[in-house]
Design a protein around this ligand. Structure first.
Ligand code: HEM
Length: 231
């Protein structure tokens, strides 16, 4: 091993950069230590000693080699065995669309609105904002349409409360008087009236399951939905 390193260090740059033969050349120091390539085996690894081929240094096609011989740059660019340089793209005409693979293009998500982004909210009359509803429902005003106790309400009784001025609807088993909320509903009175006199749980969940109906309508609770009595 040691002799391998010695020979590697001592090897004149003959396998790498060609060095002029002139002994007075500044690249060949006269006082440089010299090592014999035929030194006896020091016994650490015989098989390694047998294969003392010195690798090219600097490595073939390395930056050091190119720097020492600028003419080899042109040979690297023309040698077909090496990777060719990328093709030069054709100049773009002004106004022409950017190529689709360009990383500078805006992602499609920012150029096109998602189809579901269209809001179906309606313009609420002044004084009917969500904040106004919150203020009204905590004001102590009667929002139950006169009902003083919570009742057990069957679907047939619920069905009779289907007019705009007397509208009840059931959500998750609870029956609410929705009449006072109609002008406050962001989706509009018409939408809300679709569930007047019936169970609106499914439609509500499909429209806006994230809305907390129990909290928003607590002041309008009139009873609980129960099945028809069996005869
Ligand atoms: C008492 C029951 C209900 C309450 C408390 C309620 C409440 C609300 C609230 C708070 C919003 C605004 C949602 C938001 O800003 O994201 C809204 C929007 C809406 N609601 Fe209701 N809602 C009720 C029942 C219903 C029902 C039964 C329907 C359908 C038949 C409906 C249809 C809509 C629609 C279409 C919107 C607009 C959604 C949008 O495009 O932004 N609502 N509702």
């Amino acid at each position: 091993m040691a002799s391998y390193l010695r020979s590697w260090l001592a090897a004149p740059l003959t396998t790498a950069t060609p060095v002029p033969e002139d002994p007075d050349s500044p690249t060949t120091p006269t006082n440089a230590p010299s090592f014999s390539l035929t030194e006896p085996n020091d016994g650490d690894n015989a098989s390694e000693e047998d294969n003392d081929e010195v690798p090219a240094f600097p490595a073939v096609n390395s930056a050091q080699r190119i720097a020492s011989n600028p003419s080899s740059v042109s040979s690297m660019l023309t040698t077909s065995s090496l990777m060719p340089p990328p093709a030069i793209p054709p100049p773009r005409r002004p106004g022409a669309p950017a190529p689709s693979s360009s990383s500078l293009m805006l992602p499609p998500s920012t150029t096109k609105a998602p189809p579901s982004a269209k809001s179906r909210k309606v313009a609420l009359a002044p004084g009917h904002s969500p904040l106004d509803w919150a203020a009204l429902k905590t004001s102590g005003a009667d929002l139950r349409g006169g009902a003083s106790t919570l009742a057990r309400i069957t679907p047939s009784v619920l069905k009779t409360h289907n007019k705009r001025d007397d509208a009840w609807s059931a959500f998750n088993g609870k029956v609410y008087n929705i009449t006072p909320y109609l002008p406050f509903h962001p989706g509009g009175e018409r939408e809300l009236m679709r569930v007047a006199g019936r169970d609106g749980t499914s439609l509500f969940a499909r429209t806006h399951g994230w809305v907390n109906v129990d909290f928003m309508m607590d002041a309008c609770l009139v009873g609980f939905l129960v099945p028809e009595p069996s005869s």
